[in-house]
Design a protein around this ligand. Structure first.
Ligand code: CS2
Length: 489
């Protein structure tokens, strides 16, 4: 039987595979990461892996909040895993050692809270996806009606949400006279530092106003812009890891070569030297974040829905299809970039670099993966851009085609009537919106536009937008995605 990757077998890993240069027994845990999925392991954990030989006090304890699968796969490997980096030229492999232990929040809540409250823990980072924040963007506050938040508020000593866990840990630290940790969101949310500050402070305030006030004055919530394309791991990736390592890795992660991490320089106490792993510290991350969300993620979501409807499985196939490629370039150039303020030339270079990244044929990034959770993604990726343009009286045809493709996708059937397995926390609302429309496209669009967590009032009430959306929806349904993209480009 093939042996499994672990500290015991690490010396058997094939010679061409890179591996961490530090002695793992000297690493102390300084970071607790909530949401230890593939993205964290292919991004922040890699940067931390690069700095541990200089500063061994920033090992990562990775916690899974929802599913225990990462812990179950990696615990027997003592947290070791491989990162496969793919570009057109091939794949390189590297063993990452920065995740020093793993916890499953559901089964090991006490251990997780103890670790969070431990003075060694100085940074709590998060990749819990957009929906994990339970943030209501309409009221700019914690959604206290969210069932999981409501349950945590009712039993705040036994939390299971990110906000609840962080607040209970901060409460324990405050009682014990231990300085608070820094809380750093690494999710694709606009103003992720402020949103995280808000949900944590709101939660604390709701259970104890004094604790809320303490959190507000004492805890730092730096904003971040994080970027790396990380497709979900497949069995083919596992087979490739086995081949490259000469050992079994139960859960390798796959990524493109590109990695960017811009971090607002706002920490409680000493900050981790993330620059040693290529991160940049900045006083203001918002311009970077907005550029990334609107240009990269905005294009991603439009390609996901249009591409999926056109039968393309991967992003690289979408951009290899000329009408879609021109459509995305046109959307950047004519509709998205003009809403951003960057020094001259930056956006052109950024767009060109994005197109190269999207074209990476080795990456196999599925349109279906990006299409998930659209309700959580569209506001910051497309709707905000649309709102900015409407305010200035500018056309929004391409962005409206993106929304028309999303509505088509979200209603649950493609143009040939084939079912789509829509994954979204608001899926039920989509079923109702589509059901009530009884097949009438005008009613369908109206029903979807009423989803006020997604469409802000200015967009919902704009007659110009409504007309443009209807026109794009009609073209999409009469002529198909490629022709609609060609006409809009
Ligand atoms: C993607 C992102 O799945 C998605 O919604 O748009 O995960 C994207 O790959 C990353 O943000 C890239 O940094």
């Amino acid at each position: 039987m093939m042996e499994t990757l672990s500290p015991k077998t690490i010396d058997e890993v094939r010679g061409h595979v890179h591996r961490y240069a530090y002695d793992r027994s000297t690493i102390r845990p300084g970071i607790v990461h909530l949401g230890i999925g593939a993205f964290h392991r292919a991004h922040q954990a890699v940067v931390v892996d690069d700095l541990l030989s200089e500063d061994p006090s920033w090992g990562i304890v990775g916690a899974s909040l929802r599913r225990p699968d990462t812990k179950d796969a990696l615990a027997p490997q003592d947290g070791l895993y491989s990162l496969l980096v793919r570009d057109g030229g091939g794949t390189s492999a590297r063993i990452i050692g920065s995740v020093v232990s793993l916890l499953d929040a559901r089964r090991e809540r006490d251990a997780l809270l103890e670790r969070l409250a431990d003075p060694l823990t100085r940074l709590v980072s998060l990749t819990i996806t957009e929906k994990g924040y339970c943030y209501n963007a309409v009221t700019s506050s914690l959604d206290e009606t969210h069932p999981e938040i409501a349950a945590d508020l009712a039993d705040a000593r036994n939390p299971s949400t990110a906000a609840g866990l962080i607040v209970e840990a901060l409460r324990r630290r405050r009682n014990a006279g231990i300085a608070p940790f820094t809380v750093m969101s690494c999710d694709n949310l606009p103003n992720n530092g402020r949103v995280t500050a808000r949900i944590v402070t709101d939660f604390a305030e709701a259970i104890d106003p004094a604790l809320g006030a303490w959190v507000r004055t004492n805890v730092a919530f730096p904003g971040t812009m994080i970027d790396r394309i990380v497709p979900a791991t497949t069995d083919a990736d596992r087979a490739e890891a086995l081949e490259m390592l000469g050992l079994e890795d139960r859960w390798p992660v796959v990524a493109e070569p590109f990695l960017q991490w811009v971090v607002e320089d706002r920490f409680n106490g000493r900050r981790p030297p993330l620059e040693l792993g290529g991160a940049q510290f900045a006083t203001d991350v918002l311009p970077y974040e907005r550029m990334k969300l609107r240009m990269l993620n905005g294009a991603h979501s439009m390609m996901a829905y249009l591409g999926y409807l056109a039968g393309h499985e991967y992003v690289s196939q979408v951009v290899a299809d000329p009408p879609f490629r021109r459509f995305i370039e046109g959307a950047w150039d004519a509709e998205i970039a003009p809403t951003l303020t960057m020094p001259p030339g930056v956006l052109e270079d950024y767009a060109a670099a994005l197109m190269k990244r999207f074209s990476n044929p080795a990456l196999k990034h599925r349109t279906y993966q990006i299409a998930m959770d659209g309700s959580q993604k569209l506001p910051q990726r497309l709707v905000g851009t649309i709102a900015d343009r409407l305010r200035r009286g500018l056309p929004v045809d391409r962005l409206a085609l993106g929304i028309a493709a999303w509505i088509t996708y979200a209603r649950g059937t493609d143009m040939q009537g084939k079912q789509i397995d829509v994954q979204d926390p608001h899926r039920e609302d989509f079923v109702i919106a589509a059901g009530r429309a009884l097949g009438d496209p005008e009613a369908l669009l109206d029903n979807f536009l009423k989803l006020d967590r997604i469409f802000t009032e200015d967009v919902r009430n704009s007659r110009h937008f409504r007309r443009t959306l209807a026109a794009q929806y009609e073209t999409l349904h009469q002529l198909g995605p490629a022709e609609a993209a060609r006409r809009a480009a």
